[in-house]
Design a protein around this ligand. Structure first.
Ligand code: NDP
Length: 347
């Protein structure tokens, strides 16, 4: 079976030699007591994975050279060891609602591999709610959707009528943040990198207006929004610096991500941060893993909205595990159009 390991640490963009594919005999995977053999069906490609390649202190340790690339995924149990209560055929995923240490271990063990032996307690057994599909657990009902949910509910402090801007708006996190912002009664303005993405945001997701940051009139166009109360930031860099000049008094900025800076050896400094003082504004980073105890209720709420069609999502699927290193850089060029997933094999 195929397993993809980290071969070298990229200094800038992810390169073809960043990862290496290895072939291992399936017979080498023995399933001990309380363990399960999982056939990986889907892998999630996430911007955070660029951070795992960096040898620096963060909320998770870096992936080591020669180690299987860490990622979230879904799989099916094909063999269960003694004492395991997971039935063969059960769908499993990265643990939700479990302590962070278990999550870390799971992510290390699973990752970019077609098969993995895991401890039963390291995985989450999924029962797919009515109206949803298993891959929603890698999108709206998984890390991206929950990130938007808790960013909006716990950090943004939205009041009806607030003006909110979301960057990276057509992506997995951003698209949910836009929709939840509308639900909370905000006027939502979206920023994305193509005309097609902006049209989708306006027509399908119902944002009040979407702006293409690659258009030459972007800075001028954005001024039409006036001053804003909330900024949900997925991209950092120049766009964050620009929004800092557009804050109302008491504005809140949720620092969710800074994808424009992930490939940079040294992130760009902000020129306009003094407006935070003048506008008595708040800027706050957050990490989704801090909210695991509240995941079940959030998943239930969003599953209901997915089922009744009021919460929309989009997937961008590539096929075959060997496509994982090819497609991961798309997150940084904007080539992905929706939540980026690798279909490893058909169940
Ligand atoms: P997306 O599905 O949004 O994919 C990434 C998108 O980012 C691309 O499609 C591209 O869209 C945009 N992008 C890439 N480079 C730039 C750039 N230089 N400037 C502006 N936009 C850019 O990914 P996710 O939804 O999974 O992640 C979005 C953000 O959320 C990331 O920053 C990620 O790190 C963060 N995150 C944070 C978490 C937390 O706990 N705090 C948890 C999960 C994610 P376009 O075509 O519009 O440029």
């Amino acid at each position: 079976y195929k397993r993809i390991v980290l071969a070298s640490r990229p200094e800038g963009d992810i390169e073809p030699n960043t990862f290496r594919t290895e072939l291992h005999p399936l017979s080498g995977l023995s399933v001990g007591d309380g363990e399960i053999l999982v056939q990986v069906t889907w892998l999630s490609l996430d911007p955070a994975m660029r951070g795992y390649l960096r040898d620096a202190r963060s909320y998770l340790p870096p992936v080591k050279i020669g180690e299987t690339m860490r990622s979230q995924g879904l799989g099916v149990v094909i063999k269960a060891g003694n004492g395991s209560s997971v039935p063969v055929g059960q769908i499993v995923a990265g643990p939700f609602g479990e302590p962070i240490l278990l999550r870390v271990t799971l992510l290390k063990l699973a990752g970019w591999t077609e098969y993995a032996v895991m401890k039963e307690k390291q995985v989450d057994k999924i029962s797919v709610p009515k109206g949803a599909q298993d891959i929603d657990f890698l999108n709206t009902l998984g890390m991206p959707g929950l990130t938007a949910y808790f960013g909006i509910k716990e950090i943004c402090d939205i009041k009806p009528g607030d003006k909110m801007i979301v960057s990276g708006a057509a992506g997995a996190v951003g698209s949910v943040a836009c929709q939840l912002g509308k639900r909370a009664g905000a006027k939502v303005y979206a920023i994305a990198g193509s005309k097609e993405k902006c049209e989708w945001l306006e027509r399908e997701l119902g944002v009040d207006r979407a702006f293409n940051y690659k258009s030459t009139s972007f800075r001028k166009d954005l001024k039409e929004v006036g001053y804003i109360d909330v900024y949900f930031d997925n991209v950092g860099g120049d766009i964050l610096d620009l929004i800092l000049t557009r804050l109302n008094i008491g504005a809140r900025i949720a620092l969710c991500g800074a994808i424009s800076q992930y490939n940079a050896a040294k992130p760009k400094g902000l020129q306009n941060y003094l407006t935070l003082i003048a506008m008595r504004a708040k800027i706050q980073g957050f990490i989704i893993f801090d909210y695991t105890a509240k995941f079940p209720a959030a998943i239930e709420e969003m599953a209901g909205a997915l089922a009744d069609g009021s919460l929309k999502s989009k997937f961008h699927v590539v096929e075959g595990i060997e496509q994982a290193p090819v497609a991961l850089p798309w997150l940084f060029s904007g080539k992905n159009n929706g939540k980026l997933l690798v279909k490893v094999q058909t169940e």
